[in-house]
Ligand binder design. Structure first.
Ligand SMILES: [Zn+2]
Length: 265
């Protein structure tokens, strides 16, 4: 498929914590040739907002899920069916974000995080939609849960979002339908480990994102991030990999459409 635009595969724009609005995000994104945005839910109410926003705009899609930070709010009885229903919607292209985060000590206990992540993986596998995985200080345990989920859903697929450079993951994804998404921090001067990972990421497994409102790339580092800025990350990655911009755009589009089974306009 020939395209000449970028997609921001991971942003939180439906409930911007700085009060900016979606119309502005879209028009600023268009100015930077960013024509599609996936907005990501972090808990049940937030996921409903993500879906509502996606339903209002042709070029916005939603992911619904619960972030590990809220894992102690999750119970199977209360939420499994609800998330399943929400995730079944046509405008929902992925399940997440979800995963494991052992970076902050105050995060919920591992047993809660495990149940949440296992259930989200089960929903994604059942609906044949990709998982959006947040994994921080948790690579081995993340992969362990995914391996277990793959026993039940052999075609389970997913995106390691805001990839942290864990080289063992690059090995693990090789024969699987899992993708690696780089955020704006790959452009940071200190991010030698991410660039090392980037060189070793197969180009047919590559995606990019902003994770707005966080992690604005160089040259807007330190500002509140927005989807338009994925163009900076795209240009940076293209130059780093020695690819013309349009060739990288096409490659990323093919990757995304493969992952979403052509379900994106
Ligand atoms: Zn996120």
């Amino acid at each position: 498929m020939k395209v000449n635009f970028w997609t921001d595969t991971h942003a939180h724009i439906h409930d911007d914590e700085y009060g900016r609005n979606v119309d502005d995000f879209i028009s600023m994104a268009y100015d930077k040739n960013v024509k599609r945005i996936i907005t990501i839910g972090i808990d049940y109410d937030d996921s409903i907002k993500a879906l509502k926003t996606a339903e209002q705009y042709n070029n916005i899609y939603a992911a619904v899920g619960m972030h590990p930070e809220y894992a102690d709010k999750y119970t199977r009885e209360k939420y499994y069916e609800q998330f399943y229903k929400l995730a079944s919607n046509k405008k929902v292209v992925a399940v997440g974000e979800t995963g494991l985060d052992f970076y902050y000590e105050e995060n919920p206990d591992e047993k809660y995080q495990n149940i949440l992540f296992e259930d989200m993986a089960d929903i994604a596998g059942s609906l044949d939609k990709p998982l959006v995985i947040h994994s921080r200080n948790a690579v081995e345990k993340t992969v362990k849960i995914l391996d277990k989920a793959l026993e039940k859903h052999s075609s389970l697929k997913g995106i390691f979002h805001c990839f942290d450079g864990s080289i063992s993951v690059l090995d693990w994804i090789k024969d699987k339908n899992f993708y690696i998404s780089y955020a704006g921090n790959v452009t940071f001067k200190s991010a030698e480990n991410l660039r090392q990972a980037l060189i070793n990421t197969p180009v047919d497994k590559l995606l990019i994102e902003t994770d707005s409102p966080y992690l604005a790339p160089v040259p807007v580092r330190g500002k509140k991030n927005m989807p338009a800025n994925v163009s900076y990350t795209g240009e940076y990655v293209a130059e780093f990999l020695n690819m013309p911009y349009n060739i990288l755009m096409e490659q990323l589009e093919n990757n995304l459409q493969k992952l979403m089974k052509g379900g994106l306009q």
